[in-house]
Design a protein around this ligand. Structure first.
Ligand SMILES: Nc1nc2c(ncn2[C@@H]2O[C@H](COP(=O)(O)OP(=O)(O)OP(=O)(O)O)[C@@H](O)[C@H]2O)c(=O)[nH]1
Ligand SMILES: [Mg+2]
Length: 459
């Protein structure tokens, strides 16, 4: 981590400006070598953390590369807590690439994915859950998921994890004292205190775990899959919810052949809505792949919206849909209610007794509002307060919380039957370690590599 890294930090493409940045002990020297100011000779003559105007020059050829603004920032008050330089040049792909090449030629090396943030973590500016919040913010698809990550970046989750770990550490200290001075009365007090503390820990972990489902939905969107036989109106429903002509709608069965995914915000609820190929037995190779994909989507769905056509009798394909949705969280739409009915609605109600059934005419807009209200009620009882509540939206954090819960529960069981203190201590230490993996205090190199490999270059 002693070398100097560089990367293009803005997206490659047509844009007003592009940013190239460096971090590490040589960054200011390298910046100095390739920069000539309009009013000052050397970069170092400029002020720390102030933009300076001038040109990037190839020192070998004494040739101007681009006209830029440049800033150098002395450690430790930087993103990485190392010396950093940022160059604001003209956008597009040529200038940023030329400047990056020049920097690399002058002694920096290309940064790995997420390496700036990784350095911020390793240098103690961010804990691991905060570093993960950074990538979540970049990947956020909805305002709410961005907000959740922003709270995480501010360190609310980190603080709560630290609070719980402090209690655990205190318990461990208590146990060690009792083991070292094993007079009986100390032991009695110890078990009582331990039980109280363990319950507090368990309660706090439970509170965090209770936010996970909501957190995941906020982060990834409620994964909603529209399912039905060909021509029932699936793509029409997608378009109606999106309020635009996103998917092709025709009266030819088998129009949609691939998966169409879109994100939409409904009163603050992020929906990832997936239109699929109509489910039917088909000889058409392309359509068959589409049907298989549709079935795969069902596995990961939070919600299935199953459509049936009331103007037709129940078909074999409909029966397949019924089998698929039976064990799943789903809403049933009886569509095309503007046409003369041939479908026996009661039959559907019997086959799917516990499902919410809505009569719709998507073509004329009937029933869409009821559908949206139903979705809202199913997933959100009460307003989600993303501004205040700590919400766990990361599945790695969830896994660690589940492990921590198991360990503290084991510890609590041991405390209740006055197990030897050193046995109880093992569970409490494990719990402390599990939570430490969230903040990054006890995390292994392999986990770090995996987390930062999911970042983009230049962050
Ligand atoms: N009368 C009537 N027609 C509808 C209604 N909803 C959709 N349609 C029509 O049904 C036809 C098929 O609609 P799509 O939305 O393409 O159906 P789909 O389920 O996506 O079909 P595939 O992509 O082939 O699986 C179109 O002609 C729509 O205009 C409705 O409520 N009433
Ligand atoms: Mg379609």
């Amino acid at each position: 981590m002693t070398d100097t890294i560089a990367a293009i930090s803005t997206a490659i493409g047509e844009s007003g400006i592009g940013i190239v940045r460096m971090s590490g002990k040589d960054s200011i020297d390298i910046g100095d070598k390739i920069f000539k100011g309009k009013n000052i000779e050397s970069l170092k003559d400029g002020e720390n953390r102030k933009l300076i105007y001038g040109n990037i020059i190839d020192p070998e050829k004494d040739e101007i590369i681009d006209e830029v603004l440049i800033v150098y920032m002395k450690e430790p008050y930087t993103y990485t807590r190392e010396d950093m330089v940022e160059i604001y040049c003209h956008g597009g792909i040529i200038s940023v690439r030329r400047i990056l090449e020049l920097i690399l030629k002058n002694g920096a090396r290309l940064a790995d994915r997420g390496e700036f943030t990784k350095r911020a973590f390793l240098n103690g500016r961010l804990d691991l859950s905060q570093a993960e919040a950074v990538i979540d913010m970049i990947n956020a698809k909805t305002d709410k998921s961005f907000d959740v990550s922003l709270r995480q970046l501010e360190g609310r989750l980190s603080q709560e994890i630290k609070n719980i770990r402090d209690i655990l550490l205190n318990m461990i200290a208590h146990i060690e004292v009792s083991i070292d001075f094993p007079e009986e009365d100390i032991e009695d007090i110890t078990y009582d205190d331990l039980e109280k503390d363990a319950k507090v820990v368990l309660d706090k972990i439970d509170k965090l775990l209770n936010t996970v489902d909501r957190g995941r939905i906020l982060r990834d969107g409620l994964n909603t899959v529209i399912l039905g036989k060909p021509n029932v109106g699936k793509s029409s429903l997608l378009n109606a919810i999106l309020n635009e002509n996103r998917a092709i709608v025709t009266d030819i069965p088998g129009t949609t052949r691939d998966i169409i995914e879109e994100y939409v915000n409904i009163d603050g609820i992020p929906l990832k809505i997936v239109d699929t190929a109509g489910i039917r037995d088909t000889e058409d190779i392309v359509e068959k792949i589409g049907v298989d994909r549709a079935k795969d989507m069902v596995e990961e769905a939070d919600l299935i919206i199953a459509l049936f056509d009331v103007s037709e009798e129940l078909s074999e394909d409909d029966k397949k849909i019924i089998d698929i949705v039976r064990g799943k969280k789903s809403i049933v739409l009886l569509n095309k209610s503007d046409l003369p009915a041939k479908l026996d609605e009661e039959h559907i109600r019997c086959l799917l007794p516990d499902k919410k059934i809505i009569t719709t005419s998507i073509a004329t807009g009937v029933g869409i509002d009821e559908l949206i209200d139903t979705i809202k009620n199913m997933f959100y009882t009460g307003e989600v307060d993303t501004s205040n509540q700590i919400i766990v939206s990361n599945m790695r954090h969830k896994d660690q919380l589940v492990k921590a819960k198991k360990n503290i529960e084991d510890g609590l069981k041991g405390i209740k039957i006055n197990m030897p203190l050193d046995c109880i201590e093992v569970d409490i230490k494990n719990c402390w370690d599990n939570l430490g993996e969230i903040s990054g205090d006890t995390v292994g190199e392999d986990v770090l590599d995996k987390i930062f490999s999911e970042f983009c270059i230049g962050k």
